[in-house]
Write a protein that binds this ligand. Structure first.
Ligand code: CTP
Length: 208
């Protein structure tokens, strides 16, 4: 398969030196790329800023903002068989980024935010025969919310993780994940991200 993988956070600039972002490490996306390469798939990795080294053999497409990531996905999606959207795309960007560095003259500074496009939702609308995989992090109603996202975004399966209790899906330690298929099958797994990546690629292969 030609597999398109997105990874890492995006940065949304307030001025030339400040941005809004999140704490995504990109680790899962890079592990997914390695797992797909090991099985002989052709891999394009679109990544927001991370300190990780892209695995040898991928086509690497670095991006910074959500709008850049969307443009890169739109460029490679038509020639892909599978999109795995593991990037933590910033949901909002500053509505009016300033061209010059903001000086600290105001006591209270307000930054207005505008919604970013949902890249996965857009991809779901032109899915064709492609396999689409999404992710969900939830604090409440994990399975119901993930099922709703899976349907709304027209996915083949979704990988959901709870942010409740002791479960910590960030980093490279073992944690609890739930994989929900389009048919509504729910599979619970407890593993690290390397194992999770192999399971995700297995699942995609079994649908193809
Ligand atoms: N995603 C995306 N574009 C966005 C936001 C999210 O493609 N602008 C993708 C993520 O890569 C992930 C999935 O959508 O695979 C779920 O993202 P999440 O932010 O958890 O869900 P939302 O649908 O944005 O809902 P909410 O944040 O309200 O829970």
């Amino acid at each position: 398969m030609r597999i398109l993988i997105t990874a890492g956070p995006t940065r949304e600039f307030i001025d030339p030196v400040r941005f809004i972002s999140n704490s995504s490490t990109g680790f899962l996306g890079y592990e997914l790329a390695k797992a797909a390469l090991r099985r002989g798939h052709k891999v394009t990795l679109i990544s927001g800023p991370t300190p990780l080294t892209p695995p040898k053999g991928v086509k690497f497409v670095p991006v910074i903002t959500a709008l850049e990531m969307r443009a890169a996905v739109n460029r490679f999606y038509p020639s892909s068989d599978c999109l795995i959207m593991s990037a933590a795309v910033a949901d909002y960007r500053p509505a009016a980024p300033v061209g010059k560095k903001i000086k600290k003259t105001k006591e209270i500074l307000t930054v207005r935010l505008k919604k970013n496009p949902d890249i996965l939702l857009e991809a779901g609308k032109k899915k064709g025969k492609r396999i689409l995989v999404g992710f969900a992090l939830e604090t409440e109603n994990l399975i119901a919310n993930a099922k709703e996202k899976l349907r709304r975004k027209n996915l083949d399966f979704i990988v959901a993780a709870s942010l409740r209790g002791k479960n910590n899906p960030f980093g490279d330690k073992k944690s609890h994940f739930v994989i929900i298929s389009r048919e509504g099958k729910v599979k619970k797994v407890v593993c690290d991200k390397r194992k999770l990546s192999n399971i995700i690629i297995d699942n995609a292969e079994s649908i193809h």
